[in-house]
Design a binder for this molecule. Structure first.
Ligand code: GDP
Length: 446
């Protein structure tokens, strides 16, 4: 599809070794030929695609020495002709070259417009484009890996396979509706029901991957709980490797939940140091306590911290009683103040002062928070995809219920509904609003 030339800086803002200015559209080569002079002058008449040329880039008011490469449509990221200038990484240099592309007829690309063009030109599915965004925005290795799987069309391939099955079913329904013979229709409905139930199993299997996917995308939530002064803030700081929470020996210092993020084995963990959960006359502290309780309720794992030096009492037991409904790690802290670790039922003994036991605590966090999930299959990480799959599943369930009760063409409507829901993932049935929303999340230049 021939489109006007769009241009943007593809690299991140700021100073860097190299910056890339990318132009895509009808004829970016015409712009390149006006701005770029290769070292060997003969090459300009014969600009070969997929080859890097070294030479001078004319920005109008100044010249930079850099590289130029041309990707020929349709074998390019956008499916259109693309030219890239690789210049020195100063913001002024890159902006000057970008402006020159505008003077020569390109217009500024909008957010995600290169990837949107790739999608519109059939180079990738909508889910794959979202995978690109997940990789760019990924805060952990696991998110980058999942984004790559999505980008690599893992989800789209599975979704398209289900859509193909539905298309076959719909064709069968059409034939039966066009040539109705009662006994044949009855047999057909029975077979259809078996196929629909098989489809339901597949949808359920895919949906079950979202538990892992959600943890990869949003991170595993950990609530550090315990009565005041047991060393929760100190432990958070030790886990993070820097001082985030205020540490003080005045009980009730942590008035609100303090959050920090760490990566354990490539997975993101959001760790909250909750306010010491206790009765308090202080109104502000009480608000903190309420928030802490909300965090504890929504956490994937709770870390219960007790002071090993003073031992546990009723207040510890009261905190512990709040944590019965989720994976729990019992930590006995301040082990540096005593050497006897034999008579406790702690999962790990730590010292936030010496760092002893912190590695083991991280291992336990990973085991209890993420477990032995297979990251390789975790590409259902987007809520949007999950919601579309749930709606597809509901439509298939309606079709199953309709078997033997409703006429075949009505069952067909449910199957078509399921097909359309899946099409929102791949992009076939996604509305313009959905598409706009997805690409608005991208940066300019991608
Ligand atoms: P929180 O109220 O549970 O968050 O406890 P803090 O982290 O604020 O710590 C309370 C006091 O205990 C501070 O004086 C810390 O320096 C001290 N503390 C925390 N962890 C340890 C530890 O492992 N060993 C020792 N000796 N002191 C600690």
């Amino acid at each position: 599809m021939a489109e006007e030339n769009i241009s943007a800086i593809a690299t991140a803002p700021g100073k860097g070794g190299v910056a890339i200015i990318r132009i895509s559209g009808t004829n970016p080569l015409a712009i390149a030929e006006k701005m770029f002079t290769p070292l060997s002058k003969t090459e300009v008449c014969n600009f070969q695609p997929y080859r890097m040329y070294a030479g001078n880039i004319d920005a109008g008011s100044f010249t930079d020495f850099g590289l130029c490469v041309y990707f020929k449509a349709p074998a390019s990221y956008t499916g259109e002709d693309i030219v890239e200038f690789h210049c020195h990484g100063g913001e002024t240099v890159a902006r000057g070259i970008l402006k020159q592309t505008f003077r020569l007829g390109a217009r500024s690309a909008t957010r995600g417009e290169f990837t949107k063009r790739a999608f519109l030109n059939g180079k990738l599915s909508l889910a794959s484009a979202e995978g690109v965004a997940d990789m760019i925005n990924g805060e952990s290795e696991a998110e980058v890996k999942a984004g790559y799987l999505l980008y690599n069309e893992k989800l789209t391939k599975q979704v398209r396979a289900l859509q193909d099955e539905m298309t076959t079913m719909l064709a069968g329904i059409d034939v039966s509706v066009d040539y109705p013979e009662e006994d044949i229709e009855e047999q057909h409905v029975e077979e259809l029901k078996v196929e629909l139930l098989r489809l339901l199993d597949k949808l359920n299997a895919m949906l079950s991957g979202y538990e892992t996917g959600k943890k990869i995308k949003s991170g595993v939530t950990v609530a550090i709980c315990g009565k005041p002064n047991t060393g929760k803030s100190s432990l958070l700081n030790k886990l993070l490797g820097y001082d985030k929470a205020i540490v003080s020996n005045i009980a009730g210092t942590t008035r609100d939940a303090v959050e920090g993020m760490i990566e354990i084995n490539g997975t993101k963990f959001n760790i909250y140091d909750t306010a010491g959960v206790r009765e308090s006359g202080d109104a502000i502290e009480n608000i903190g306590i309420e928030r802490a309780e909300a965090i504890i309720r929504s956490a994937d794992v709770a870390v219960f911290v007790a002071d090993y030096a003073t031992g546990t009492d009723e207040e510890d037991a009261r905190v512990l009683a709040m944590l019965t409904d989720k994976p729990l790690i019992k930590v006995f802290n301040k082990i540096d103040l005593s050497s006897d670790t034999t008579d406790t039922d702690a999962d790990v003994h730590t010292s936030a002062v010496t760092g002893s036991g912190i590695m083991r605590l991280k291992e336990l966090l990973y085991e209890k928070g993420f477990g032995s999930r297979s990251e390789d299959l975790a590409f259902l990480i987007e809520q949007r995809h999950f919601d579309a799959l749930v709606r597809a599943k509901e439509a298939v369930e309606n079709a199953v219920r309709a078997c033997g009760i409703e006429p075949l063409d009505l069952i067909g409507i449910d199957v078509k509904e399921a097909w359309d829901c899946l099409g929102e993932i791949t992009g076939e049935t996604a509305t313009e609003t959905i598409i706009e929303e997805i690409f608005a999340k991208f940066c300019v230049g991608k």
